[in-house]
Design a protein around this ligand. Structure first.
Ligand code: A2P
Length: 277
């Protein structure tokens, strides 16, 4: 099964449960519900994206569902992730509500959005959501190595994915390694630093050298470290630009220069601050 291995065309990674996660997705964090979200998802699907990442906390699942239906792309060709909002009690009831808003029978991946109430609190409910067929795969987000270890020790079905803040500036190498050794696929959110890293001098210099854009360099860096990426944009031309990351390679020197931007000291923690406390 070989969790984390790329599929033959290099466009998806293998999860431990046999499912495959496309390495490029559109993230819709901070995209307002309504036409802005519907358009972003519609453009992404038109431009060849086959993976959309939303969450209960984003409040835009209905727009994701609308765009998916209107796109005409068959449901089984698109990988949909949503996340359990851990301020709520029951992952099963919340998954059912997500499916109604999305207008689908099942999501491909259902994640605990953050470890509120402790890393184990939501997990039995997540396993039940999977048994009931509400989600094909289950996983976590914003779980550090310590949290992940606790879930792995207690779980009947281990998490397939840990979606984490990850970029050249937040190169959480310890957490990436901890995921890998546990056969959990690390997935990168905020790969552009929510836009902040695009003007980084080192990044712009490497982009100029490679004849690519800063966004493409930052996304490619994640792919070359083996992490699926979910850049967010509400602009068609940027959504298109962010998908053009499969036709070039960063050299070892470029990768090392980008690695050196890390400000986390290679941490195995997922977050510097626990905002829900
Ligand atoms: P916008 O949505 O207005 O296009 P991240 O994926 O790290 O969260 O970063 C998302 C931020 O980066 C958003 O503010 C988005 O702006 C911006 N962004 C995304 N792609 C690009 C791009 N190719 N060029 C410039 N800015 C981009």
């Amino acid at each position: 099964m070989n969790a984390g291995a790329l599929t033959g065309d290099g466009r998806a990674v293998q999860l431990r449960d046999g499912n495959q996660l496309p390495v490029l997705g559109l993230g819709v964090w901070q995209v307002p519900d309504g036409p802005v979200c519907v358009n972003a998802v519609r453009w992404a699907l038109e431009l060849g994206y086959r993976h959309i990442d939303t969450a209960q906390a984003y409040g835009n699942e209905a727009s994701v569902g609308k765009a998916l239906r209107e796109s005409g792309v068959p449901r089984n060709e698109v990988f949909i992730t949503t996340k359990f909002y851990p301020g709520r009690q029951d992952p099963v009831a919340e998954a059912e509500a997500s499916l109604r808003r999305l207008g689908v029978d099942q999501v491909d991946l259902y994640l605990v959005h953050w470890p509120q109430g402790g890393p184990l609190r939501a997990w039995p409910g997540m396993e039940l959501a999977r048994v009931r067929g509400l989600a094909k795969s289950i996983g976590v987000s914003n779980f550090g190595a310590d949290d992940l270890g606790k879930v792995l020790a207690a779980a009947s079905v281990p998490p397939a994915v840990d979606q984490i803040e990850f970029s050249a500036v937040h190169y959480r190498r310890g957490l990436m390694d901890a995921c890998r050794s546990a056969e959990v696929v690390p997935e990168a959110y905020s790969p552009l630093g929510t836009g902040r890293h695009l003007s980084n001098k080192r990044v712009t210099a490497i982009a100029a050298r490679a004849g690519r854009t800063p966004a493409q360099v930052l996304l490619r860096w994640c792919l070359q470290h083996g992490l699926p990426v979910i850049p967010k944009s509400t602009h068609r031309e940027r959504i298109e630009e962010n998908a053009q990351i499969f036709d070039f390679t960063l050299s070892e020197e470029d990768m090392a220069e980008l690695d050196a931007l890390d400000q986390t000291h290679g941490t195995d923690r997922a977050l510097e601050r626990h905002w829900w406390r």
